[in-house]
Write a protein that binds this ligand. Structure first.
Ligand code: MGD
Ligand code: MGD
Ligand code: SF4
Ligand code: MO
Length: 737
């Protein structure tokens, strides 16, 4: 960028304040308005986070100058968050990967220069094909792992190769919730539509989407507050969400389950539940009634350190203020953080079942998305070879998770390091950086052990530094797709994602790259006629529209608003919300969320609880390389209570060591009243060591280095169906660096 942030702020003017730190980015708006006449508007979809906000891109003389929310979109409603607006800087970041690259330095590791040289796409494809085919023949197809989000085109390639090893990050993210909602309500996963705007009472067990600038959730939350909703937040930290709450309860980490169980106890014993809803739409009430007897507020008070009267008050308010909702997204206390988190997710379903706000306005809504056919139904493949081996990560032993096709992480890198049950030789990686894995240093060791690694990325990430072949993906603003409004779907609506400018470099779209690799490997039969355009067209056709119609749409959207009709049947074996989960029972898990403690306890050696969060201006380890974002939040911090800091002789701004049983990191201390004295918090996403990321390099540390990687056996012993990585279930010590 040619102008400094200060100049940009001046340019943007005092009145142009946008959502959460958006002001400095709003300078683009001024530029756009100056020459409004020359400006072309392209409708597309934000892909910075999974939110999928539809947006309008303002393009002048071939250059993108401004991004705004699309006002007709259910999700963005005309507003983008700070991360979405940052996509402009990301698109034009000179550090981007510009063409395919080949590693010439056989040595790999942190601080080792890969000595990449530019190659053609043809050379890249033929090298990948030759190597993958070699490993397939010599060590079996299972020796090739895919590390990427589940995606139809890539899943087809994995199946055509015959490898069962399709690994994704989700058991650090949302599989806890996914499995529990699947078993008790939806038959598939967690619904991502929440009608917070119409809720009268919002209860958060660590939910803090306003702190993450999650657009649609934050907008709806703020609307509810404007309409007078009451908000109660349980979080060991004083979060941005807590600043808006009527009541903030700095709960002891990992004890929310006790709080939730006691709420169920109060609501049932005091007859406060919605009898009609419970009767018509749930099963298992009698079992819950019996099960919940010992879990009184007095009992929970001892565990949570919250007065029994407060627990009782929250329970009564939750039952009395209809509709009441438990705000939850992915990694809050019901996410993959503690050994008991999946039980908390279940207790939350029970609580919302008792007050009747599942698939009702003001509550969690099973999204009314357009139904897109699977790739295999549009382009029936020749028979796939049967995988000859079980997955290396042991996921078959977790059948409810296996059904979701998502996970698993730590068990993967342990398997690679140990070479058991068989060696993994090669990997194809996309949209995953090394910091996503718990115990990242050992993940790096595992990846170093691979003989051949292909990475698709936009930025020269740490994963890229370990690659043998680098394939440059289009930046999301250069790509094409259709989006089904998964993150807020009150009615079926499709948004078009299209290139806002011509690709700047020699990049290709991911869905075009995958069939090309398949064809180069001699697996062309699986990719006959398979193209992103043809597939998108089939998805639109299935919904009664076409690409031509969508392209002609004046707002880039298809689908009329429809009145909300509440569901009468849920997708469980009984067709009801299963408070007592028959699916859990069937697979040998607790059918009711009996109290279990979190795993790690504070000790003399590790006297502090550890929690994580992430700043609003980044998405995980992405966006740190943007000049303005990194200026707003230059490095991650260890949030520590004033009293605790004093005892440790730590002042605000000092560097401290945070040490866990597996590792230690150095971070800046942020001394604050806004956290429990027995807890510290370090934000995620920092510690970039790739020199290609010139602006992010060397800033902060990776908090995940402190987190132990579990084995499949440890996960089995915990009898947790979700393979949770228990990302906050550890204790640490802190001392001056
Ligand atoms: N800006 C930004 N937005 C993002 C992302 C991003 O990286 N940056 N990532 C996106 C993705 S993929 C995800 S999964 C989400 C993640 O966002 P969140 O789901 O908010 O997860 P975290 O940021 O890990 O924050 C966890 C919260 O749980 C609290 N917590 C920890 N332990 C306990 C406990 O025992 N009890 C209670 N009550 N609270 C506890 C922490 O204090 C913290 O507030 O955000 C999404 N949005
Ligand atoms: N320690 C710790 N670990 C965590 C978490 C935590 O809080 N703490 N959070 C967990 C959670 S919730 C999640 S969702 C995961 C996220 O983990 P990741 O999905 O790995 O997130 P990032 O670290 O942002 O890395 C994403 C990579 O994909 C690249 N990328 C982004 N967009 C594109 C694209 O369109 N195409 C291609 N080819 N590449 C792209 C980025 O440049 C970056 O290198 O991390 C998990 N791991
Ligand atoms: S919430 Fe922000 S980053 Fe996510 S899709 Fe919407 S605008 Fe983009
Ligand atoms: Mo996530």
């Amino acid at each position: 960028m040619a102008v400094s942030r200060r100049e940009f702020m001046k340019l943007s003017g005092a009145g142009a304040i946008a959502l959460l730190f958006g002001d400095q980015f709003r300078a683009f708006e001024v530029l756009a308005q100056e020459k409004a006449l020359d400006t072309k508007i392209v409708h597309t979809v934000c892909q910075v986070c999974s939110g999928g906000c539809a947006m309008k891109a303002y393009v002048r003389e071939g250059r993108l100058v401004e991004l705004r929310g699309n006002p007709d979109d259910q999700i963005s409603r005309g507003i983008l968050c700070v991360k979405g607006i940052s996509a402009i800087q990301w698109l034009y970041d000179p550090d981007r990967i510009k063409f395919p690259l080949k590693r010439t330095n056989p040595e790999k590791g942190i601080g080792v220069d890969p000595q990449f040289v530019r190659i053609s796409w043809d050379e890249a494809y033929s090298t990948v094909a030759k190597k993958f085919n070699e490993y397939r023949e010599k060590f079996g197809p299972e020796s090739i792992a895919f590390i990427m989000r589940p995606q139809g085109f890539a899943q087809r390639l994995a199946k055509a190769i015959g490898t069962p090893n399709y690994i994704s990050h989700h058991n650090t993210c949302y599989t806890t919730q996914e499995v529990v909602w699947g078993a008790t309500v939806t038959g598939k996963g967690k619904p991502w539509t929440q009608d917070y705007a119409n809720a009268k009472y919002i209860l958060s067990f660590g939910w803090d989407m306003p702190g993450k600038a999650k657009n649609m959730q934050t907008q709806n939350f703020l609307k509810a507050i404007d309409k007078g909703a009451k908000v109660t937040v349980l979080d060991p930290r004083y979060t941005p969400t807590a600043t808006k709450a009527n009541l903030w309860i700095p709960i002891k980490p990992g004890t929310d389950l006790a709080f939730a169980l006691a709420m169920i106890n109060v609501i049932i014993t005091q007859n406060l539940y919605d009898k009609q809803f419970v009767n018509d739409f749930t099963t298992g009430f009698d079992e819950v009634k019996e099960f919940i007897k010992p879990y009184t507020p007095q009992w929970a008070s001892k565990i949570t350190e919250v007065p029994a009267a407060t627990i009782e008050k929250v329970a009564k308010e939750f039952a009395a203020n209809k509709p009441a909702v438990i705000a939850t997204h992915k990694r809050d206390a019901a996410g993959p953080n503690y050994a008991n988190s999946w039980r908390l997710a279940h207790a939350q379903v029970i609580l919302m079942g008792l007050v009747g706000t599942i698939d009702r306005l003001g509550g969690h809504i099973m999204e009314r998305m357009p139904k897109f056919p699977s790739l295999d139904s549009v382009f029936p493949p020749p028979p796939y070879p049967k995988p000859k081996a079980a997955r290396v990560d042991g996921m078959e032993k977790f059948p409810l998770l296996l059904k979701t096709g998502k996970g698993s992480f730590s068990t993967f890198h342990r398997a690679v390091l140990e070479g058991k049950p068989y060696p993994i030789k090669a990997a194809l990686v996309r949209k995953h950086n090394v910091f996503a894995f718990p115990d990242a240093p050992n993940m790096v060791e595992a990846l170093k052990k691979l003989e051949f690694m292909v990475v698709l990325d936009v930025h020269p990430s740490e994963m890229i530094q370990l690659a043998d072949i680098v394939l440059p993906d289009h930046h999301p603003l250069e790509g094409s797709a259709i989006s089904g409004r998964q993150y807020f779907g009150l009615y079926p609506q499709v948004a078009i994602q299209q290139p806002v400018i011509k690709p700047l470099y020699e990049t290709k779209g991911f869905r075009a790259i995958i069939p090309d690799i398949g064809k180069a490997m001699g697996l062309g039969d699986y990719f006959k006629d398979v193209s992103p355009g043809a597939y998108d067209e089939a998805c639109l056709k299935a919904n009664g529209t076409s690409m031509e119609e969508l392209k002609k749409s004046p707002n880039g959207l298809w689908g009329e608003a429809k009145p909300f009709v509440p569901t009468k049947e849920f997708n469980t074996p009984s067709k009801k919300i299963e408070l007592y989960a028959s699916e859990f029972k069937k697979y040998g898990y607790d059918p009711l969320p009996a109290w279990k403690e979190k795993k790690a306890k504070v000790s003399k050696e590790y006297p502090l609880y550890f929690v994580t969060t992430r700043p609003s201006v980044f998405i995980h380890s992405t966006l740190q390389n943007l000049e303005y974002n990194i200026q707003v939040y230059p490095e991650n911090q260890c949030f520590i209570n004033t009293e605790t800091a004093k005892k440790l002789g730590v002042k605000n701004g000092d560097y401290v060591m945070v040490e866990s049983p597996v590792n230690k990191i150095k971070v800046k201390a942020k001394v604050t009243e806004g956290i429990r004295p027995d807890t510290v918090c370090v934000d995620h996403g920092f510690g970039h060591w790739s020199k290609g990321m010139t602006k992010a390099y060397g800033k902060g540390s990776n908090e995940g280095d402190l987190i132990a990687a579990q084995s499949a056996q440890e996960m089995l012993d915990a009898n947790d169906p979700t393979m949770s990585e228990n990302m906050n279930d550890l204790c640490v010590k802190v001392y001056k660096a």
